[in-house]
Ligand binder design. Structure first.
Ligand code: ZN
Ligand code: ZN
Length: 261
């Protein structure tokens, strides 16, 4: 299994002083023998190469703009005709189609993406679970985020990863999350804030780096990667914060980097 970080920044793209950790918004690519799974299509999606040899699936955690805004900026999706499956456990297929179509048409976007790209196949989450069951196990976990967000775990090729964006961690999630990520080789965690910043940003739906470290130490996982990095955080500030992480399992996501496990 491979996980590539195409968009590590939260909320809004940030090109200033983010060249090392990355300025694109949320997009992650998980590759197994059979599938290419794209987790969210923030601006990082423009750097994804659609794999002609695998079944491509886009899974949305939720529909805040930083998780969808890159969809039509991957020009590869205009030049190929193989199906790309799109689903979310937060919305059934027709609601999902309407959400994406509304954002990318009319007064918001020059073309009607959903009408023009007929090979974008909107699906119910249950259908995608069935499709992937040939070689993988796909599970979902309800996160704590305004208007909702769904986490995912993917098991395939004898490996497991979990994606927990966006989430404002609460202690009552602990038992459920520990079970959800159990045995994972890699967990992606929304660590947008520090604990002291969270006092101001409570209710915006994001967690802290300190919580990431505490969780990583409790969980039966190999590593945890903090991502959805704050747009106000420079590379140098992240370097300094990296020194204060209290778990050796934890690191910051770095855009364009790929983990293989
Ligand atoms: Zn977000
Ligand atoms: Zn969000």
């Amino acid at each position: 299994m491979r996980v590539k970080f195409h968009g590590t920044r939260g909320s809004v793209p940030q090109p200033n002083n983010t060249v090392r950790y990355g300025g694109h918004t949320s997009c992650y690519e998980v590759v197994t023998d059979e599938f290419q799974i794209i987790l969210d299509t923030g601006t990082g999606f423009q750097d994804v190469t659609i794999d002609p040899d695998r079944i491509t699936i886009i899974l949305y955690s939720h529909f805040h703009h930083d998780h969808i805004q890159g969809l039509p900026f991957n020009f590869g999706i205009f030049s190929q005709s193989d199906d790309i499956h799109i689903a979310s456990s937060l919305a059934q297929k027709s609601a999902l189609r309407t959400l994406i179509q509304t954002y990318f048409s009319g007064g918001y976007f020059p073309i009607d993406v959903v009408v023009i790209l007929k090979h974008l196949k909107f699906a119910n989450f249950s259908s995608i679970k069935k499709l992937m069951a040939s070689s993988s196990v796909l599970e979902t976990f309800e996160l704590n985020h305004p208007a909702g967000s769904m986490g995912y775990s993917i098991e395939g090729d004898g490996r497991k990863m979990a994606y927990l964006l966006d989430n404002e961690y609460k202690p009552d999630q602990l038992e459920g999350l520990l079970k959800f990520v159990d045995g994972a080789n890699c967990v992606l965690w929304d660590g947008m804030f520090t604990e002291s910043e969270l006092e101001y940003w409570a209710g915006w739906g994001h967690s802290s780096m300190e919580e990431a470290c505490k969780f990583a130490e409790r969980a039966n996982i190999d590593r945890l990667v903090i991502t959805h990095l704050s747009p106000g955080r420079t590379d140098d500030e992240l370097d300094a914060l990296g020194q204060s992480l209290t778990s050796s399992k934890v690191s910051f996501a770095i855009q364009a980097r790929e983990l293989e496990f």
